[in-house]
Design a protein around this ligand. Structure first.
Ligand code: FAD
Length: 520
């Protein structure tokens, strides 16, 4: 073979955080590992980029909760520069009538806020959390292994309230769960948003309680379900992992897009890049999404029909819009006025005044229309960190739902600016100075996420994390232990169990499976 380099033990296609984690674990296990990344930077959807001159923003993922503590410890990420701080308030949710709800890391302060709206809901808050704590305890071990079988699940959900917990996790909508515990709309509104992140579903869609669970998996500084800012933005997570991987001997090549995974004697044996270079290895791991890995890099003809059918049926189209902004001044919220840094700026800002509002936003999306009043999850990282924007300026990151990949009318290129304007107008309902504060703006819809990050369909999790696409169905029934129909080829990205987010579980689990050290 011309241009063939020395044989590696393992090649990892893609330097997203999962690919890098897999590579690092394999290298620690004594393997000679090469990572090939199509972009000129590593990190995939966990990346910090200079969006505008002097403004460094997390292009895609923006806050962190799930990154496995095992990964942080095993790869010594703190020594390699990973630093996270939980933000407080956990969210500030302004309402159109000028009131607001603010949740804090300190449960006592949160209860005082809940009491503004309902005394009954203060007591319900503890019962609500007790339910999640039980489900989290049942599920945590199942996230650190190949997808569990039905009998594993049965064991995990044995005992008092087990059946009800399983029903909550896999069958109930987040709206139904919240209705059971709370009476106040102001409490339910911000809590329901975690049930729809990254999925084509509304808060009333059965199964959205699973999505909520997914967003409670991790801890920051010991607080279950808390989220944090990573110093330097989310690219610092990937950079710390890459530094650790390199220290263990991993080689990383950027500008190296794999066109084809080559099979010889029924085994994945080498990869061919779009520029013609080829690299061979005894094992190949793909951090790319299932469609890209199997339908593009292998091709349907080389795979079993039922497997191809399964991959084609994965719901993988996104409806998330990410808006990156450079601001000349802070948003001045009607519900809590002020343009100097206050608690309304330092944590999460949730724009979703009611469960019905979010359901209506979804109703429009399911008909192919961008939401006319979208939900958004907003963060001003510069309110608690210097160096990310020019002095006196601020970044504002908006994670917005919904705008479908497939628009019923027009194209994304025609409508991107209009969709962005609707988002800004919606936020201006709560912070009227916003439009005049904007100095820079970038709007990324699902096709942009697909083009830039390389995620087919632009789904933030490489396929929705609704319960029917989880457990033994992820990515395809029969292949939920990181293996594929092609011997020597494994899937190590978010499309594998236990799913997406800056989590590291698929990457770690896959590497342990390759090393023969993962429970199945
Ligand atoms: C807009 C947005 C916001 C999000 N917000 C959050 C958040 O705040 N917190 C959170 O935890 N999660 C968030 N997520 C989800 C999370 O970022 C992703 O699920 C996760 O980063 C995916 O990691 P990964 O390593 O599995 O794959 P990716 O990050 O997608 O990495 C895959 C890599 O493979 C490369 N690749 C693909 N094809 C090839 C090829 N042929 N050859 C070589 N390389 C290839 C890609 O370039 C990419 O670098 C968000 C995602 C998006 C898109």
């Amino acid at each position: 073979m011309a241009n063939e380099s020395p044989r590696y033990d393992a090649i990892v296609i893609g330097a997203g955080h999962n690919g890098l984690i897999a590579a690092a674990y394999l290298a620690k296990g004594g393997k000679r590992v090469l990572v090939l990344e199509r972009r000129d930077i590593i990190g995939g959807a966990a990346v910090t980029e200079e969006a505008f001159p002097g403004y460094n923003l997390s292009t895609c993922s923006y806050v962190c909760n799930l990154l496995l503590p095992e990964v942080i410890a095993d790869l010594d990420l703190v020594r390699h520069g990973y630093a996270i701080r939980p933000f407080d308030p956990t969210y500030f949710c302004p309402f159109p009538d000028g009131s607001y709800f603010m949740a804090h890391l300190d449960g006592k302060k949160t209860r005082q806020q809940i009491a503004k709206f309902s005394k009954k809901d203060v007591a319900a808050y503890d019962a609500y959390w007790a339910m999640w704590d039980r489900i989290l305890a049942r599920m945590q071990p199942l996230l650190r292994r190949a997808a569990p079988s039905l009998s594993d699940i049965e064991r995990a959900f044995d005992g008092p309230q087990g059946l009800d917990d399983w029903k909550t996790l896999t069958q109930r909508s987040i709206a139904e769960v919240l209705d059971y515990y709370f009476e106040s709309e102001q409490i339910k509104a911000p809590l329901c948003t975690g049930g729809v992140i990254g999925v084509n579903a509304g808060p009333m869609t059965p199964g959205t309680a699973y999505v909520k669970f997914h967003h409670l998996i991790g801890k920051v500084n010991g607080v279950q379900g808390a989220w944090g800012f990573v110093t330097g933005g989310m690219g610092s997570v990937s950079n710390a992992i890459a530094t650790s991987a390199k220290e263990s001997g991993v080689e990383i090549l950027t500008n190296a897009e794999v066109a084809e995974i080559e099979i010889s004697n029924g085994r994945a044996s080498s990869v061919r890049l779009t520029d013609g270079r080829r690299f061979s290895a005894s094992t190949i791991l793909s951090n790319a999404d299932p469609q890209r890995t199997y339908l593009q890099m292998i091709g349907a003809g080389a795979l079993p029909d039922d497997f191809v059918d399964g991959v084609q049926r994965i719901r993988h189209k996104g409806s998330v819009v990410k808006v990156l902004l450079g601001l000349g001044e802070l948003p001045d919220f009607t519900a809590l006025p002020g343009k100097t840094i206050g608690p309304q700026h330092t944590g999460g800002i949730t724009i979703n005044p009611s469960v019905e509002y979010l359901e209506t936003a979804w109703d429009e999306c399911k008909r192919g229309q961008p939401s006319s009043k979208p939900f958004m999850d907003c963060y001003i990282q510069t309110a608690t960190e210097d160096g990310l924007a020019p002095p006196g300026k601020h970044t504002l990151s908006l994670f917005v739902q919904y705008a479908p990949y497939d628009l019923a009318e027009g194209s994304w290129d025609d409508r991107r600016d209009q969709i962005g304007q609707t988002i800004i107008n919606t936020l201006a309902d709560y912070a009227p100075n916003l439009p005049s504060a904007i100095e820079h703006m970038q709007v990324l819809g699902p096709p942009d996420i697909e083009r830039i990050i390389g995620i087919t369909g632009g789904n933030i999790f490489h396929g929705e994390i609704m319960p029917d696409q989880m457990f033994g169905n992820r990515p395809v029934p029969g292949y939920s232990g990181y293996e594929s129909p092609v011997e020597g080829l494994f899937l190590c990205g978010s499309g594998a169990w236990p799913g997406g987010a800056v989590f590291g579980a698929p990457g770690r689990n896959c590497a342990l499976a390759v090393l023969g050290e993962l429970d199945a």
